[in-house]
Design a protein around this ligand. Sequence first.
Ligand code: SF4
Ligand code: SF4
Ligand code: FES
Length: 227
Amino acid sequence: MTYKIKLQKPDGETEIRDVGFEPIQEGELPTALDLLLQVQERELPELAFRYGCRNKMCGVCTINVNGKPRLACRQKLKEGDELSALSTLPVIRDLVVRRDQINRQLQGRIPRTSETRSDNGGPVTSEEYDSLNRCVECYFCLDGCPLHEQNNDEDHQTGLKHGNPYAFLKVWQAVVDPLANEEDRATALDVARDLGVKTCADCDGCKCGIGINLMKDVIRPLVAVAV
Ligand code: SF4
Ligand code: SF4
Ligand code: FES
């Protein structure tokens, strides 16, 4: 079985390489991660890609398959599929993208009250707050976000100015944090405004790679109080 992998050097030069996969059992369809691991072992020892848990838990293996974001550890491949780096973040090398600016955008700006404080010996949580903890930081949701697209190359190096679905999920979680006070909530809403949440009022919507209903559970309630 043959597939294509788009390789990218740090200077931006790209090459599409045809690669093969030899199944261990006849008829076995590889995941994208199976393919990458075998290709690295047998054909391209310097092939760069990320993975962690191998089980849809850590989100770091996200790549594009035929131009759409997919978790490499879960995505079964069809003959001829093309693997490339996530197109919504700057490529460092091959399938590795720069992920740090997404988290850094919120660093020190939104209160993380329940993460840092526990009253009477145990954290207080709510269903709404906990359900947003399902986010695995896979960054699927950057794909097609008109706000994220407004960040230019320099922003990707020095600091992202415009928001994205992941950022608004984290902001909304700070707002619904059962331990947050009014000042915490006001701070989080200011961050949402600063990141451009107003755009979300006229947007068709964002999609989560693991099934969080971002429009219903994050964007609409956030727009309702912040815009
Ligand atoms: S609703 Fe907002 S965060 Fe979601 S895709 Fe649209 S602009 Fe981006
Ligand atoms: S909101 Fe969904 S798509 Fe976006 S980073 Fe979290 S889990 Fe991934
Ligand atoms: S390796 Fe952790 S989600 Fe794929």
